[in-house]
Design a binder for this molecule. Structure first.
Ligand code: ADP
Ligand code: MG
Length: 724
C-alpha cells in the first residue's frame, strides 16, 4: 500500500469499518408523515370551526383568522409534547441558501416554582429572533435590527428528531420591522399569489367559469457526492469550501460511464434508505434514487409538490442528506463542482402550474380545446424566458455554480427554451398561420376542432438545454445543487405572471372589439412566437456554434460568470418587473443584489485564502521534503561515482518555484480592496483572482504527479472518489 501515514490509516479504517447495524424495514404507511402535524391530525384535535378556518387558509389561500391561533397552538403543542418535544423553533430561510431556526422551550415557570408547558397562539403566529447578523443588504441598520418571523400556515409544522430529543418546527417568513422581506419564502409566497391572479384572469377569458386557485408545482432532483469522512477530514478545502481546491485527476474518472445508473454500493444504499425513512416521516415524498455520472455521485428526487411546500421540503432534504451522511461516515457534498474534471452537481427544478379545476396547465392534454389553453400557458413561458432570460441566469449565479454552467456537462449560461420537435413544429405553424390561414383556413385556425393534436412525449429529451419542456412541465436545469429552489421558483412564477397579465390584456382588448376568442388566441400566440421565438432552441446547447448563433444572430445574452449575471438584478426593467408584479420592492431587490454580490466575493476570498495557506503549509513542505530526498540521493550517488539523472529534481524544483510565485501573486490580489462598486470588485475577482487560483492549482497538481506518493499529504482523487 502506498500513501503517507494518515492516508494509509484512513484506508485501513475504512476497510475495517464496522457496518451500520441493520434495522428492520418499516412499512411506508407506518412512516408516512408520522412527524408532521398534518391537516388530518389537526382535524382530530381541533374544534370543527377552527379546523375549517385553517383548512381554508391552507387550501384556498384565504387570510388566516388570528382568533384561531390559540386553539391551533394548543393542539400543536399537545401533539408535539406527546411525542417528547420540549422545544419549538420558528424555521426560516435567510438570503443565504441555508435554513435558520431559533429554539425556545415550552417551559413556563409558575409562581410556586413548578413548571408547565405553554404555547400561546401569539407565539405561534409571530416570533422575534435576534436576526441582526443575517445578511440583509442594508435593509436593517443595527438600531432597527428587529426581524420578525411569522407562521406560514400553508407549510405544515413538523417535529425534527435528534438522537435524544425532538423539536417542534414551524415554517415561517422572516421580515423586517417595517415589513420588508428578509428571506426567500416571502417573495415565493408573493410570486405564487401574483401568478394565481394572472392565471385566473386568463382562464376566465378562455371561458372557464369555475377556477380554483392556481399554484405552481416543483419537483427538484438533487445531485450530491459522498466522500468518506476519513478522507474529507484531512482535506481542509472540502471542509471549508465544499470543493477540492487541489487534486490531480485520477487515471480513471468517469470515462467508462460505468457509474451512471450502476448498482448502488451497499454502504451508500444503507445511507439512502436512512435518508428516505427520515424524509417519509417528515412527509417528503422521496421517489427516485440512483448513481449519477461521476464516481461517488448520486441523485435523489422526490415526487413533486406545491412550490412553497416543495421549497421547504427541499431545504429539509439538504439538511437530512448532510446530517445523515455524517452518521454513516460520509461527508455529503452539495457543492456544484467538488472535483475538477468530473461532472458537477445540479438541481433540476421541474416546475409547472395548475389547479384543482383545470389540472396541470402545462399538460398538452388530448383534446384540441385543452391544447389551445396549453399553448397560451406555454407561450407565456416562452415570452417570459425570452424577455427575462438574464434574470433566470442571475438567480442561479453563485461562485460555485460558475464552475459548472457551461463546463460541457451542464447547460450553458445562455438561457434558451427547448420545446421538442413536435411542439416546436406547432409553434412554427402558428408563426406561419396568417399566411396559411388565408389559403387553407382549416389548417391553422386555432379553432377548437382544428388545432393539431400532439401527444405529450416525455421521452423527447435534450440534456443540453437550461430550460426544457419535458412533456407536462418545464425543467430548469441550470440551478446549482447547493442552492435554495426559492429564487428560481420566484423568477419563474414572476415572469409567468407578467406574461399572463400581458396575454390577458391582449385577449381582453381583442374580445372587446368583437374578435372571436379563437382568432384572438391565434393572434396573441403568433405575436409571442414572432417576438420571442428566438429563445427557442432544440439543438446542442454545449456547441460552440450555438454560443455564436445565440449571441450574434438571436441577440440572447451570454453571461458566463456571476460577476456578469448578478448586476441584472439592478437593471431597471427587472426592478420594474418585480415591483409591478408585487413580488419584491426596489429596496428588497437591491438588498438581494447586495447580499448575493457579497456572498460571491466572500466565497472566493475564503477559497483564495485557504488556497494560499494550503499551498504554503501542506504542499510546499511535501515538495521540499521530496526535493531533499532526491538531492541527497543524487549527491550520495555522485560520491560513489554514479551520475544519476537530475531532471526529476529539476522539475519538482521548478514547479515548486512557480507555485510559490503564483501564491504570492494570489496573496497580493486578495489584499486589493480598493473598489468603488461591488460590480467592479466582482469583475476583478472573476477576471484576476480566479485565474490566479487556477495557476496555483495547475502547479500544485503538477507536483502531485511528481512527488513520491508516501510524502503526499492530501487524500487523492482516486481515494476520495473510489474508496467507500
Ligand atoms: P428525469 O431525471 O428524467 O428528469 P426524474 O424522475 O428524476 O426525471 O425527475 C422528474 C421530476 O419532475 C420529479 O421530481 C417529478 O415529480 C417532477 N414532476 C413531474 N411532474 C411535475 C409537475 N407537473 N410539476 C412539477 N414537477 C413535476
Ligand atoms: Mg430531470
Amino acid at each position: 500500500m502506498s500513501g503517507n501515514e494518515s492516508r494509509i490509516q484512513a484506508i485501513y479504517d475504512i476497510t475495517n469499518r464496522e457496518p451500520k447495524p441493520s434495522k428492520a424495514p418499516k412499512k411506508l404507511e407506518e412512516m408516512w408523515a408520522s412527524d408532521v402535524f398534518t391537516l388530518s391530525k389537526m382535524q382530530e384535535r381541533l374544534p370543527k370551526s377552527v379546523f375549517k378556518s385553517v383548512k381554508k387558509t391552507v387550501e384556498l389561500g384565504e387570510k388566516l383568522d388570528p382568533s384561531v391561533a390559540d386553539a391551533v397552538a394548543a393542539a400543536m403543542k399537545d401533539w408535539a409534547t406527546s411525542k417528547g418535544a420540549l422545544y419549538y423553533a420558528h424555521v426560516f430561510y435567510p438570503l443565504t441558501n441555508s435554513t435558520a431556526e431559533k429554539h425556545d422551550g415550552f417551559i413556563s415557570v409558575q409562581g410556586d416554582g413548578s413548571v408547565i408547558s405553554e404555547f400561546a397562539g401569539k407565539v405561534l403566529l409571530q416570533g422575534e429572533p435576534d436576526g441582526s447578523s443575517f445578511p440583509n443588504g442594508g435593509i436593517r441598520s443595527t438600531f432597527e435590527a428587529r426581524g420578525y418571523t411569522a407562521w406560514d400556515v400553508t407549510s405544515p409544522a413538523y417535529v425534527m428528531e435528534t438522537d435524544n430529543g425532538l423539536t417542534l418546527c414551524i415554517p415561517t417568513v422572516f421580515i423586517s420591522w417595517s415589513g420588508e422581506a428578509l428571506d426567500k419564502k416571502t417573495p415565493l409566497l408573493r410570486s405564487i399569489a401574483a401568478m394565481n391572479k394572472a392565471a385566473t384572469k386568463v382562464l376566465k377569458l378562455l371561458g372557464h367559469t369555475e377556477v380554483a386557485p392556481v399554484n405552481s408545482s416543483c419537483g427538484a432532483e438533487q445531485e450530491y457526492f459522498l466522500v468518506d469522512l476519513h478522507f474529507a477530514n484531512s482535506r481542509p478545502d472540502l471542509l471549508l469550501t465544499g470543493r477540492t481546491l487541489f487534486g490531480k485527476p485520477s487515471a480513471k474518472g468517469q470515462q467508462f460511464d460505468d457509474h451512471y445508473f450502476g448498482a448502488i454500493p451497499e454502504r451508500v444504499q444503507v445511507f439512502m434508505q436512512d435518508v428516505e425513512e427520515k424524509m417519509y416521516k417528515l412527509g417528503i415524498p422521496a421517489k427516485t434514487r440512483h448513481n449519477e455520472v461521476a464516481p461517488g455521485q448520486f441523485e435523489l428526487a422526490p415526487f413533486f409538490e406545491a412550490a412553497n411546500v416543495a421549497a421547504d421540503h427541499q431545504q429539509l432534504t439538504m439538511t437530512i442528506l448532510r446530517q445523515t451522511a455524517k452518521k454513516h461516515g460520509f461527508l455529503c457534498l452539495l457543492h456544484e463542482k467538488p472535483f475538477a474534471g468530473i461532472n458537477g452537481s445540479g438541481k433540476h427544478v421541474n416546475w409547472s402550474v395548475g389547479n384543482a379545476t383545470q389540472g396541470n396547465l402545462l399538460d398538452p392534454g388530448d383534446t384540441p380545446h385543452s391544447n389551445a389553453q396549453f399553448l397560451v400557458f406555454c407561450g407565456a413561458v416562452i415570452r417570459g424566458v425570452h424577455k427575462y432570460g438574464p434574470l433566470l441566469r442571475a438567480v442561479v449565479a453563485t461562485a460555485s455554480n460558475d464552475h459548472r454552467l457551461g463546463a460541457n456537462e451542464a447547460p450553458p449560461a445562455i438561457m434558451s427554451v427547448y420545446l421538442g420537435t413536435q411542439l416546436e413544429d406547432v409553434f412554427e405553424q402558428i408563426k406561419n398561420g396568417a399566411a396559411k390561414s388565408s389559403k387553407a383556413k382549416s389548417v391553422m385556425n386555432i379553432g377548437v376542432d382544428t388545432l393539431p393534436l400532439f401527444p405529450k412525449d416525455p421521452g423527447d429529451r435534450n440534456r443540453t438545454s437550461p430550460f426544457a419542456f419535458t412533456g407536462n412541465r418545464f425543467e430548469f436545469r441550470a440551478v446549482g445543487s447547493g442552492q435554495s429552489v426559492s429564487g428560481p421558483l420566484v423568477a419563474m412564477n414572476t415572469i409567468l405572471a407578467d406574461s399572463l397579465n400581458w396575454m390577458a390584456e391582449q385577449l381582453e382588448g381583442a374580445l372587446s372589439s368583437g374578435v372571436e376568442l379563437n382568432a384572438a388566441i391565434q393572434t396573441v400566440l403568433k405575436e409571442v412566437i414572432d417576438q420571442h421565438g428566438a429563445v427557442v432552441f432544440n439543438g446542442n446547447g454545449y456547441s460552440a456554434e450555438w454560443h455564436t448563433m445565440a449571441v450574434e444572430e438571436r441577440g440572447l445574452a451570454n453571461l458566463p460568470t456571476t460577476a456578469d449575471a448578478l448586476p441584472v438584478l439592478k437593471a431597471p426593467y427587472i426592478e420594474e418587473l418585480f415591483d409591478k408584479i408585487g413580488v419584491l420592492s426596489p429596496v428588497e431587490l437591491e438588498s438581494r443584489f447586495d447580499v448575493y454580490a457579497e456572498q460571491y466575493l466572500l466565497s472566493i476570498e475564503v477559497e483564495a485564502k485557504l488556497m494560499v495557506s494550503m499551498a504554503k503549509t501542506i504542499i510546499y513542505p511535501a515538495a521540499v521534503a521530496y526535493l531533499s530526498e532526491l538531492s541527497s540521493t543524487i549527491a550520495g550517488l555522485k560520491e560513489i561515482g554514479i551520475d544519476f539523472e537530475k531532471e526529476g529534481a529539476e522539475k519538482v524544483a521548478m514547479l515548486t518555484k512557480f507555485m510559490m510565485d503564483s501564491v504570492s501573486k494570489l496573496s497580493g490580489s486578495i489584499s486589493h480592496h480598493d473598489f468603488s462598486t461591488p460590480e467592479e470588485h466582482m469583475q476583478y475577482v472573476a477576471k484576476t483572482v480566479r485565474p490566479l487560483m487556477d495557476k496555483v492549482r495547475e502547479y500544485a497538481d503538477g507536483l502531485e504527479a511528481e512527488v513520491a506518493d508516501d510524502l503526499w499529504p492530501l487524500p487523492t482523487y482516486q481515494e476520495m472518489l473510489f474508496i467507500k
